[in-house]
Design a protein. Structure first.
Length: 674
């Protein structure tokens, strides 16, 4: 018997009065208890706000990204312990991989994105500066800073590890502490993962707390600096969303709910094509992975009416090969539902669907379970329904049986397929298996607004595709309407849910000081040694090099043209160039100007500049003709550490002509030694 504790205000609190029993999904026996009515939620909030938050906010985005990476690596080495516990939730080894490895992988992606896409600073810059005054001395830009409260994460039972880590990674990267409340049915796995994270010593004190069992009245004590991220059923979401304190204090409430996700077989994907087989395989996998207890699972299957029979036959063949049993057995392909009550719920929902559709596969009274007692564990067979008249049906479009239950339905043409897709009234994901670009586009235009994600797969992508049901950390996970209206993940977008966007307005120097990024018009430092001689550590924002001028000759232009082969008429033919609306006559190549610019600003000796790694936002603004002269101004705009040896310096470069007009502007990237 496991005592599943909570971690509150720095203490592990064992189950106490009000604890709930948790049964094994396989044997039905009570294996754990969790919950304690005496949990002091106000102390937890204070601990997060006063200890965890300040510690996290002291760190930069890069510090926090490094922390995530270390935590993920720590968990990776100890994942077997989480696998071992997870079998009792009914999950198979391949289910654990989605949950445990998927959760750790999500953390690693945020760790990497945090280092690559966020600054090594405390303020995130959202977009470029905007010039608000005529002379450029009054500017504006948007910044994001971490909320100064706590994130309360309420998670569903089906992914006890991934469900926690996919929310925790962006939250901690933002710099916000979290209180995690897993679903009670599987909280013993989450508790074990939290114990590992805390014992690693890698998280600052107060960054993560855990509520095992009931959440108490925590939502009544949140304020405008807090955020709630909920995952679970639409019913619970509606109840929690209605909390008057959340409304009164405009507490952010993100909701990821159930939805009636669908998959469409394209009209081109007839039997014999790779797409037909792929479709059958994906549908079967989505029905049976996690015994169908996936928020993204395919609940509705839409196929051209002419292909209905062959698809049903192929699905029946595949589903009949899905061995059901104790998930610890290697031969088991599908384990059990999480609990007896979940089984009851699934069977009740299946009965509703049966009112509108004929069951063509799966019989609850006649199926085999290997290595476990069918009557004690929460086992069910995959159940496939066929709805012949999906236009007048409603239960098949709004009833989520959260198990291995799906309904197949015919469509007449693509507009009809889109109409059926949209009858789910908002879903997390819809997949379309097609090798036809027009089909993909038509469905997108008719249906994208109803889905958080559209997944297209065909012969080209199938070897690499990650599956209809995988919410990838790079892509938005969530959906409109029935799916809750939330948007988790999506790369750095997911981090923004835990930050406040603020418009700041002021002089270029003020904006530079706040954002740690030099803004045009801010002070330039030009009385120091050549910036290429100064190390990454030494060099300051605003350090500027002003080059001498160089005259561009006709001979330069011709030499460059013949050397590179770029004999475009604008550089070679006076008359033709003059007829062009952009040029006064023959002009220098833009790339010649860039090369001259490098020659003008470079400091040739070996030094801290290791490499030129790129150039961003290049604009040619005024033509340069033979006889014109050019000079360059190079200013340190931004610095980002990259590894232990060097960091990236982003330089603002402007090329001027003899009239001090900007001829070109760009950002140059170099790697500089520390
Ligand atoms: P649920 O019954 O709605 O519970 C979700 C969470 O809410 C659990 O942690 C639950 O805790 C908690 N909760 C329930 N009542 C509460 C209250 N009064 N105050 C505070 N917390 C409360 O959902 P579930 O059965 O765990 O999960 C299955 C559902 O989640 C399915 O419908 C599925 O589609 C959906 N889901 C959606 C996503 C997504 O990303 N969109 C992902 C996974 C699952 P207790 O367990 O302690 O009651």
């Amino acid at each position: 018997m496991l005592d599943v504790s909570s971690f509150a205000a720095g203490q592990w609190i064992a189950p106490g009065s009000g604890a709930r029993n948790i049964a094994s999904a396989i044997t039905g026996e009570v294996i754990a208890q969790a919950g304690n009515d005496a949990l002091q939620v106000q102390d937890m909030l204070a601990y997060a706000r006063n200890t965890g938050g300040p510690a996290l906010r002291k760190m930069t985005f890069h510090d926090r990204a490094r922390m995530l990476k270390s935590v993920a690596m720590y968990l990776m080495e100890r994942k077997q312990a989480l696998y071992d516990l997870s079998y009792d939730t009914g999950a198979t080894l391949s289910d654990h991989k989605i949950d445990v490895d998927g959760g750790i992988g999500t953390m690693l992606v945020f760790a990497s994105k945090g280092r690559r896409e966020m600054p090594d600073a405390h303020v995130y810059l959202d977009g470029p500066p905007e010039q608000l005054g005529r002379e450029g001395q009054f500017m504006g830009r948007h910044i994001c800073t971490p909320l100064q409260g706590v994130a309360v994460h309420i998670n569903a039972f089906n992914f006890p590890v991934w469900g926690m880590l996919e929310k925790l990674a962006p939250t901690l990267l933002a710099g916000v502490p979290a209180i995690v409340k897993p679903a009670t049915a599987t909280c013993y796995v989450t508790e074990s993962c939290v114990r590992l994270m805390l014992e690693s010593g890698l998280l600052p004190e107060g960054a993560v707390q855990l509520v095992s069992g009931g959440l108490g009245d925590i939502l009544d004590h949140l304020d405008c600096q807090d955020a709630v991220a909920f995952t679970g059923s639409a019913q619970t979401a509606m109840m929690l969303r209605g909390n008057p304190n959340l409304t009164e204090n405009s507490v952010r409430f993100a909701s990821e709910q159930d939805s009636l996700n669908a998959s469409v077989l394209g009209p081109d994907a007839t039997p014999g094509t790779p797409e037909f087989d792929l479709f059958v395989k994906e549908v079967q996998r989505e029905m049976t992975a996690k015994a169908g207890q996936k928020c993204t699972a395919i609940r509705r299957i839409m196929v051209p009416d002419t292909l209905l029979e062959p698809v049903i036959d192929a699905l029946k063949t595949r589903l009949s090969k899905t061995t059901i049993g104790d998930p610890r057995l290697e031969s088991t392909r599908m384990g059990a539902l999480v609990s007896a009550s979940q089984k009851r719920d699934v069977l009740e929902k299946a009965a509703l669907i049966r009112g509108e559709a004929e069951q063509v596969f799966g019989n609850i009274d006649d199926f085999t379970v290997d290595g476990a007692d069918k009557d004690k564990g929460a086992f069910v067979p995959p159940m496939l329904f066929h709805c012949a008249d999906p236009d007048s049906a409603s239960r098949v479009h709004d009833t989520e049986a959260f198990g291995p239950v799906s309904t197949i339905m015919p469509y007449r043409d693509l507009p009809h397929a889109a109409e059926l897709l949209n009858k789910g009234k908002g879903s997390l994901v819809a997949s379309i298996i097609t090798n036809d670009g027009d089909t993909a586009r038509d469905i997108t235009l008719a249906s994208a607004a109803f889905h958080g994600r559209l997944y297209f797969n065909n012969r080209t992508s199938m070897a690499e595709a990650t599956g209809h049901g995988s919410p990838l950390p790079h892509m938005v996970h969530g959906g409109p309407g029935r799916a809750g209206g939330g948007e988790e993940l999506g790369g750095i977008r997911g981090v923004m849910h835990y930050m406040q966007r603020t418009a700041i307005q002021g002089s270029p120097d003020i904006l530079t000081a706040i954002g740690k990024q030099w803004v045009p018009g801010a002070t330039e430092i030009s009385d120091r040694a050549h910036p290429f001689t100064r190390t990454f550590t030494e060099i300051d924002l605003g350090e500027t090099f002003n080059s001498p001028a160089r005259t561009v000759t006709l001979e330069d232009i011709e030499t460059f043209a013949h050397f590179t082969g770029d004999t475009f008429y604008a550089h070679m033919d006076e008359e033709a160039a003059r007829a062009n609306p952009f040029f006064p006559g023959r002009v220098a190549h833009g790339y010649l100007l860039l090369s001259f610019a490098a020659g003008l600003f470079v400091q040739p000796d070996p030094g801290p500049v290791l490499a030129n790694t790129g150039l961003d936002n290049l604009r040619f603004m005024a033509p340069v003709a033979a006889g014109d002269s050019i000079r360059v101004r190079l200013t340190v705009k931004h610095k980002t550490p990259r590894n232990d040896e060097y960091g990236e310096v982003r330089w603002h470069v402007t090329l001027y002509n003899q009239n001090d007009e900007a001829a070109a502007e760009y950002e140059l990237l170099t790697m500089n030694a520390y």
